[in-house]
Design a protein around this ligand. Sequence first.
Ligand SMILES: Cc1ncc(COP(=O)(O)O)c(C=O)c1O
Length: 363
Amino acid sequence: MSSKLTRALLKEFEKYTSEVHFKKITSPSGRVLKLDGNENLFLNYKYINRIIRDSLNEIETNIYTDTLCQDLREAIGKHFHLPADYILVGNGADGVIDTIVKTFLEPGRKAVVVEPTYSIYKFFIKIMGAVYIPTLLEDDFSIISEKITATCDNETKLIFICSPNNPTGNQFPYDEVINIIKNSDSIIIVDEAYAEFGNYSLIPALRKYSNLIILKTMSKAYGLASLRAGYCLANPEIIEELLKISPPYPVNIIAQKIIPKIFTHVKLILNTVNMIQKQRSKMIKQLNNINGVKAYPSDANFILFRIKDKKLTGDIIHEKLLKKGVILRNRGSLPKLENCLRVTVCPPEESEIFIDALKECMS
Ligand SMILES: Cc1ncc(COP(=O)(O)O)c(C=O)c1O
């Protein structure tokens, strides 16, 4: 009955879920490795929990916080040497993407997305009834800026570029991304969820480009995935428009209180980023040493690899690993990613278990 009352376009939709519910996975050894979420597995969550516990006394949970999270916007701005009016916060970067899409899209308008990439862009664009225009990466996962700008027309309002790109792992060259920003009348969203693990950030260039939105999250390098906080940085004129659509109280009070404190521990975060970068090189080497596996270079905290075996497929290996309690993200259904799996860079002890399990599955 109620499905007759919902919006017509919901017929094409399925609920957005992660592939597996990790609490339901078991393994013969009793140990389950969750390596599908690109979280920071080098940060001791107990350390973060201590910061949260120390903040609890300052929190009045019965009182609404300020609707715009102004203190948090100021703290983030201060961190990047920008005024607060350059910042919009949200319930994770996903919440910010939702707000951006609602602000610029409606039926008939277009959004260009460089694919294969993070699937939530498509989800939110389609919910708006807007036209989704995928433009494919080259076979080596690079981009050609002219090809992307050539797909745009007057109805193109947004271009999404994820860099470093999830799930391919590569960060696109600075000049290629800047070319797109310079040669387009659309708003360019550069998703830098993983930029801390890469080679550069566009934030220093932000003031130069009035059509640029840089998306950031506290879920990856900063280790706060389940606290749900993200933000974007953009010209104040864009932020003012986004604020018209942004839901009130977008970030919970605990996240609001602890994010400024986490920024004072940035050395610790960068230390874990450094460990992840070193471990990433080791894991890529180990993966490439397995017969029938090709791992791609990565500028992020995860690695994409392809199963290149005549008898085995990515789906088979994914299933076999699940039975051993190792959870990876199966990306094989995305364009150009046949038989590809994605693994989070993890500390040496977990990595050894994962590599041994993969070797067994491949033999
Ligand atoms: C590229 C990219 N952007 C944004 C997000 C969402 O981040 P958040 O947890 O802040 O919603 C993710 C999460 O995996 C991601 O991979």
